[in-house]
Design a protein around this ligand. Structure first.
Ligand code: 1HA
Length: 270
């Protein structure tokens, strides 16, 4: 599968294959732990994925086959967050999580090897997870002096249930791909050498589906759980659809033409 570069970054690779964009953390020497810069680059890539109308699905992954992501880079963890070149401590991965959650296109985590700590949370917030048979999952917060009580706790519990979510966080155990599949944490498990091919096949199937239907479904599935922000997303999509209608255009046209709108011809559906 050839991936064409979209944009050069320092700590991630950002490439494209047809309607599929791939964002890949490129720090295999630390199991793809992220720094504030890695996260900032991923945020920029996500924004590009959102804006580009030729991109229909995003694959989120890590380079090297040994790790998806091992969470925040503990060597740059300072006083109050992870510290980059500007010396400011940040927890900017939380912003990335929100972008993945609200991107109006499916995001698929393609997981080989470790998905641990803040790296585990990143796969949890993706819409789907395709795991290689060497994948290993787990949270480490209470072991290393951290926790993610946001999507990393509440959405995890929605995915695997309250008892299992508490076990994952309280014990900090690791789970193999089969265990992850059994608890509904991933969608499928495939041999490592079939990981990318399977992921691309899933993406291509998704790309054959109606983009507006997918968009509505993602925001609908989010809405129940995401409170006002979830309703805003779903309602924004309703506005998008309404703007496509003749009825809405009559309102705009009347304003532009400085006349009263005539909505009479539009049906009052039962
Ligand atoms: O909780 C949060 C947040 C919460 C709220 C808001 C924002 C948050 C942002 C981030 C996080 C977190 O991510 S906290 C959790 C941070 N991550 C971890 O605790 C996992 C640390 N890593 C490990 O436990 C292990 O590396 C491993 C189980 C994934 C793999 O073990 P293994 O196969 O024995 O490899 P290991 O030798 O440990 O790692 C290979 C190299 O990668 C090592 O470097 P080397 O000794 O060769 O120089 C190792 O230090 C490095 N490395 C691995 N993970 C990290 C790391 N270096 C820095 N940070 C890491 N996370």
């Amino acid at each position: 599968i050839d991936w064409t570069p979209i944009k050069e970054f320092k700590e991630i690779l950002f490439t494209q294959h047809g309607g599929i964009a791939k964002i890949s953390i490129n720090r295999p020497e630390v199991h793809n732990a992220f720094t504030p810069l890695t996260v900032q680059e991923m945020i920029e890539a996500m924004h590009i994925c959102r804006d580009r109308t030729d991109i229909g699905v995003v694959v989120f992954t890590g380079e090297g086959g040994k790790a998806f992501c091992s969470g925040g880079d503990q060597s740059v963890r300072g006083h109050g967050g992870y510290v980059g070149e500007d010396a400011v401590p940040r927890l900017n991965v939380l912003d990335l999580q929100k972008l993945i959650r609200s991107l109006p296109k499916p995001v698929i985590a393609m997981v080989a090897g470790w998905a641990i700590g803040g790296g585990h949370v990143l796969h949890v917030v993706c819409d789907l997870t395709i795991a290689a048979d060497n994948a290993r999952f787990g949270q480490t917060g209470p072991k290393v002096g951290s926790f993610d009580g946001g999507f990393g706790a509440s959405y995890l519990a929605r995915v695997v249930g309250q008892k299992k979510a508490r076990e994952i966080w309280f014990l900090c155990d690791q789970y193999d791909a089969q265990e992850a599949l059994d608890m509904g944490l991933v969608n499928t498990v495939v041999p490592l050498d079939k990981l990318e091919e399977t992921t691309v096949a899933w993406c291509n199937k998704i790309l054959q589906r109606s983009p507006l239907a997918l968009r509505m479904l993602k925001s609908s599935l989010n809405a129940e759980l995401d409170g006002q922000a979830g309703i805003q997303e779903l309602a924004g999509n309703a506005t998008l659809l309404y703007y496509l209608s003749e009825e809405a255009k009559e309102g705009r046209n009347a304003f532009i033409e400085k006349r009263q709108p005539d909505f009479d011809k539009y049906p009052k559906f039962p």
